[in-house]
Design a protein around this ligand. Structure first.
Ligand code: GDP
Length: 420
């Protein structure tokens, strides 16, 4: 349905703590499953010689996908009275990191699942830490498998207390904790009679209360240039508006080229119509009054709030590479539409995300570590600090041909002398 609001949620947590089962339940309890899915799950369960598993619903989706039917396993949808939800499934830690950092799946809210029987694991904490770095503050902590501990209020409160201490040290206050059994559907769609001591809401009611992020159309304009095309005598600059709003006639500034001009026409790319106003989320082609050289990777903004231009910044990186991240090595950095050669100037700190303890002035960053680093790019680039602008404040690091890490810019640093 067209005018309904959509909220993107990511489900994270330690492996086997019940992410897939929670997702399966949410789809089932909101009647959001395609026809026949339950039958397929029954069949898969039988084939595997196991009892009915909600988690296999996701396998059933995958099977559909293989048959060429149109469901994307990484973008499952369900619907409540209030709005539509897109669930970003994070099957493994690496996929989770990749999706989250590249922004491929920019979630507004998160469900962090903890197994009540196993308790808090390293990965539960790592995921909490990563959510906090990514600025995802709307988090429900889901204490799952309550059936395995006889719905014990005491154990639930002990987990809540321990995890809250950890989150508070990150300055994160979760929206709430919800004790559930995904397997038996307790506290998913309706209040559980098994946990009368719980006075919060079941998941489906709780998530309907998550406020949407503020509309980024009101933020300063950021239009990273994807390409410049020539049609007849016109040069059309193409890109996606990541924040803000652009009108024909607006005075714009282009960084790092440092040029100012005015917008002559705007062609909304998808509708193929001319239009006067475009805002965040739209892909557009524009023509400008003064035709000077501009290229992919530059950022168009209004004159009053331009991005930072520098070749140095401080960042928090998540490293997933097989080879350690080191100084004095050439990497490629992709930041919005820019691609630029870069080096790590120093590794200020390597942080163990599960204990939050750190090693200062490290020599290398190993796989799965988080680190604070100084990046120096070969040429100046336009960017923002992440807290000001998400899309232009994050980057991925390419090592050879692999996306080996991702980071968010915590602080712009003064430009170092550029090597020529
Ligand atoms: P994931 O790796 O986090 O996606 O975990 P899954 O959803 O695949 O669940 C792992 C196992 O835990 C499966 O065998 C589930 O049936 C089981 N499980 C999940 N939720 C519950 C629950 O609420 N109670 C019980 N008893 N088992 C559960």
């Amino acid at each position: 349905s067209k005018n309904r609001e959509t909220l993107k949620i990511v489900v994270v947590g330690h492996v086997d703590h019940g992410k897939s089962t929670v997702i399966g339940r949410l789809l089932y309890d909101t009647n959001s499953l395609p026809e026949g899915a339950i039958d397929r799950v029954k069949r898969i369960s039988k084939e595997k010689g196991k009892p009915f598993e909600y988690a296999y619903l996701l396998d059933a989706f995958e099977e559909e996908q293989k048959q060429g039917i149109t469901i994307d396993t990484t973008q499952l949808q369900f619907f409540t009275k209030r709005r539509d939800y897109v669930i970003i499934d994070a099957p493994g830690h690496k996929e989770f990191l990749k999706n989250m950092i590249s922004g491929a799946a920019s979630a507004e809210a998160a469900l962090l699942v903890i197994d009540a029987n196993e308790g808090i694991k390293e990965q539960s904490k790592r995921h909490g830490y990563i959510l906090s770095l990514l600025g995802i503050q709307k988090v429900y902590v889901i204490v799952n498998k309550m059936d395995l501990i006889d719905y014990s209020e005491e154990t639930y409160h002990a987990i809540k207390k321990e995890f809250n201490e950890f989150l508070n040290s990150l300055q994160v206050t979760p929206l709430d904790y919800i004790p559930i059994s995904a397997f038996y559907g307790e506290n998913i769609a309706s209040y559980s009679a098994k946990m009368p001591w719980y006075h919060g809401k079941p998941i489906l009611e709780a998530i309907d209360e998550i406020p949407k992020d503020k509309d980024i159309s009101h933020k300063p304009l950021r239009l990273p240039i994807q390409d410049v095309y020539k049609f007849d005598n016109r040069r059309i600059i193409v890109g996606r508006i990541e924040a803000g709003t652009l009108k024909a006639g607006d005075e714009i500034h282009i960084t790092p080229g440092n040029k100012t001009t005015r917008v002559k026409t705007i062609e909304a790319w998808v509708q193929k119509d001319q239009t006067d106003v475009v805002s965040a989320g739209q892909s557009v082609g524009i023509t400008v009054e003064d035709e000077f050289f501009n290229k992919r990777g530059e950022i168009i903004s209004h004159k009053d709030v331009i991005p930072v231009v520098s070749n140095r910044f401080r960042a928090n990186v998540f490293w997933m590479g097989k080879n350690d991240l080191v100084t004095n090595k050439k990497y490629k950095i992709k930041l919005a539409t820019a691609e630029v050669e870069a080096e790590i100037k120093s590794i200020l700190k390597v942080i163990d995300a599960s204990t939050l303890s750190g090693e200062e002035k490290a020599l290398r960053v190993k796989i799965n570590d988080v680190a604070e680093i100084i990046v120096e790019t070969k040429e100046s680039v336009a960017f923002d600090e992440f807290r000001n602008s998400k899309v232009t404040g994050r980057f991925v690091i390419v090592d050879g041909y692999d996306v080996a890490g991702g980071g968010i810019i915590s602080k712009a640093e003064e430009a170092a002398n550029l090597k020529s």
